[in-house]
Ligand binder design. Structure first.
Ligand SMILES: Cc1ncc(COP(=O)(O)O)c(C=O)c1O
Length: 399
């Protein structure tokens, strides 16, 4: 085999050259480029010494549950989100659920959220006994359609839960003025939007509280499960701290039935290190997104909306085409992994059949579910890799 022009990471092992020809794409400019959907190992390699030291220190001090590194992360993450408090938890799902419980949301209440979201957003509402009310999404922003939101508000509505999907925030000025008009709480689902901004103001600082997930693949990801609530309401933060620890403020004294939703010490230590790199990583995601945008601009594809008021953090780079399945297969044959977020809208999942929402009731969500495709995007994805992926997409469309 001739010397590979790329660093080893980008080269397929030589046995791939002799494997099925249909799976190895020869291209004059980009030979044998290996693409991952996400490369968490590359990220770890770039900060290995800091992470290893934080892990070693946490183990040496036996701070396995909560502890000083989690406290430090809470302080730093609250400041990062321009909030008075952050409460570290075991998942984003717990963050959403515990905010609703701490607000007293329960049976007889309704919580409005977007129809295109990960199931956890809606499940967290169901856990409380409240009824989720799904609003269709805007075809351009792919977030909750603010023109349709008012019609979903009823005398039972307690909370509006906007989801900043794919790393793009909802227009929080419009949403909050609607909430104020109807005396409703706003709880941000910021699980895909760490570091995003709307008109210069950071995600997690808009509503009564916000929920973050630190699932490993998130823009800020733990090395296991993790989540957090940010809020500037000190009493709400106190209630969530009690709920995360079996309803207890003082060890073995329980004022209510709570949960085991505490963050592990190791995750706090890791996240505290990784938080220092988040802005740089988000800038790299923006580099990748801009390059895709330029490379793909002449194709018959829907691209993520860009506008100056939004700092997007591109948790996903989602394109749209009515030839989605064909394109996904074509890319898979070139060893380019893609994903669909999400292939089946929540209201069409078997788990939510009893909500009685009929097919066709949320037309934009349903339409997009058949057209969207998430391309690889992460800080370590090189320009050459983005060009390679783009060249395959252009090839698919005959350009
Ligand atoms: C929009 C959204 N909400 C909630 C969650 C739940 O977070 P977790 O997986 O940490 O429970 C996720 C995680 O993927 C998410 O993307």
């Amino acid at each position: 085999m001739a010397a590979c022009p790329e660093p080893p990471l980008l080269c397929l092992p030589s046995n791939r050259l002799t494997s099925s020809r249909s799976r190895v794409i020869f291209h004059p400019k980009f030979k044998f480029m290996q693409i991952k959907f996400l490369d968490l190992k590359a990220q770890y390699d770039s900060i290995r010494s800091e992470i290893d030291a934080a892990i070693a220190e946490t183990i040496a001090s036996s701070s396995f549950i909560l502890g000083p590194r989690v406290l430090s992360f809470e302080k730093n993450f609250a400041a990062y989100c321009d909030s008075a408090e952050a409460v570290a938890l075991n998942s984003g799902t717990s963050a959403l659920h515990l905010i609703l419980r701490a607000l007293g949301v329960g049976q007889g209440d309704e919580v409005i959220t977007a129809a295109n979201t990960f199931i956890a957003t809606v499940a967290s509402i169901v856990y409380t006994g409240a009824r989720p009310v799904l609003v269709d999404i805007d075809p351009h922003t792919r977030n909750i359609d603010l023109d349709k939101l008012s019609a979903a508000i009823s005398p039972h509505t307690k909370v509006i839960m906007p989801v900043h999907l794919y790393g793009r925030m909802v227009d929080m000025e419009r949403l909050i003025s609607l909430a104020i008009k109807h005396s409703l709480w706003v709880v941000e689902d910021a699980c895909q939007a760490h570091g995003a901004k709307f008109r210069g103001k950071p995600v997690g600082s808009f509503g009564i509280a916000a929920a973050f997930s630190f699932y490993p693949g998130k823009n800020l990801g733990a090395y296991g499960e993790g989540g957090a609530v940010t809020t500037s309401d000190k009493e709400l933060a106190r209630r969530i701290r009690i709920l995360r620890d079996h309803g207890s403020e003082k060890k073995y004294y329980h004022d209510m039935i709570g949960y085991n939703a505490r963050m592990e010490g190791l995750q706090g230590a890791i996240l505290d290190v990784k938080l220092r790199h988040l802005d740089k990583w988000n800038q790299e995601r923006n580099r990748v997104a801009s390059r895709y945008r330029v490379n793909l601009s002449s194709l018959p594809l829907g691209l993520p909306l860009e506008s100056s008021e939004y700092y997007q953090v591109y948790h996903q780079f989602v394109i749209e085409t009515d030839r989605r399945d064909e394109l996904q297969k074509y890319l898979a044959e070139a060893d380019i992994p893609t994903m669909i977020h999400y292939p089946v809208p929540v209201h069409k999942q078997r788990a939510f059949i009893e909500t009685g929402i009929k097919t066709g009731a949320l037309p934009v969500t349903e339409y997009l579910a058949n057209r969207i495709l998430s391309l690889p995007i992460y800080p370590e994805l090189t320009d050459q890799q983005v060009d390679y992926i783009s060249s395959r997409i252009r090839e698919f469309f005959g350009q």
